[in-house]
Ligand binder design. Structure first.
Ligand code: C5P
Length: 250
């Protein structure tokens, strides 16, 4: 069974390997997964990913957000799969063929997540890019449309905000993984920063999130390990409630 800490994905949003390794050593026992993004991967590459995997039991989420012609994405994803990471991302772009190619390249060795609509994108941006109504008016509908494309292509899940997760789970079911950034603990005293559409860890779990990407509330805390433990305790509280509810009465 997944432990509370396994729901926490910590993004290694640092420019180089030394800072990344310090954070991995500090947090390896308190989070379930480390997310490596473009900045760190361009600098430190597969070698750092292998180092993280050897450093402890935490998994790796390689967030490269691939987007290219299908054959290129397939070949890139096959290389990603060689690294032994747990999640990898691909944009839900214009064609389902690209997503299918990503899944084919993964060959069941890595779970492919679709990135639906970036949270930095506004309805005006989408309209300018040529999307028609209702998608240019209501990004939630665009998220659902792109999630359907990801599901139909065989992706294991998507990245979405805590405000969208309930709708995603209702339509696509429990098996379709929802990974949620934009998490801010209620009592953490941490600013929303540049995140919009934020939810607390407990809210995200109640709505059905399978993994929570939580960066600054942990990294910027006076004691990052303690911050991760407090978040895990909050998650555990919700898991206990859910298990109590699903226990048959005797
Ligand atoms: O918790 P914090 O805001 O620091 O987390 C930032 C991380 O969440 C970054 O690694 C960023 O890539 C990721 N992310 C995001 N918004 C999305 C998707 C991912 O902030 N829509």
């Amino acid at each position: 069974m997944k432990a509370a800490k396994d729901y926490i994905v910590f993004p290694l949003d640092v420019p180089g390997p030394d800072a990344a390794k310090t954070l991995v050593n500090l947090l390896a026992d308190n989070v379930g997964m480390f997310k490596v993004g473009l900045e760190l991967f361009i600098r430190s590459g597969p070698e750092l990913v292998r180092w993280i995997l050897q450093a402890g039991s935490a998994k790796v989420f390689l967030d490269l957000k691939l987007h290219d012609i299908p054959i290129t994405v397939k070949r890139a994803m096959a290389q990603v799969a060689e690294l032994g990471v747990f999640f990898a991302t691909v944009h839900c772009g214009e064609s389902r063929a690209m997503l299918e190619a990503a899944v084919e390249g993964a060959g069941g060795r890595v779970n492919v997540l679709g990135v639906t609509v970036l949270t930095s994108v506004s309805p005006a941006d989408v309209a300018e890019a040529g999307y028609r109504e209702p998608y240019s008016k209501d990004l939630q509908q665009l998220v659902m449309k792109k999630a359907a494309m990801a599901r139909d292509a065989g992706c294991g899940g998507i990245v979405c905000s805590g405000q969208e997760v309930q709708g995603i789970k209702a339509v696509f079911g429990d098996g379709f993984q929802a990974v949620t950034p934009g998490i801010r603990p209620a009592d953490g005293g941490v600013a929303a920063d540049d995140q919009s559409r934020i939810v607390t860890p407990a809210m995200a779990i109640r709505r059905g999130s399978d993994y929570l990407v939580i960066g600054r509330p942990i990294r910027d805390a006076a004691d990052p390990r303690a911050a991760a433990r407090i978040i895990a305790a909050e998650i555990q509280g919700v898991l206990n409630e859910q298990r109590m509810r699903s226990k048959p009465l005797t």
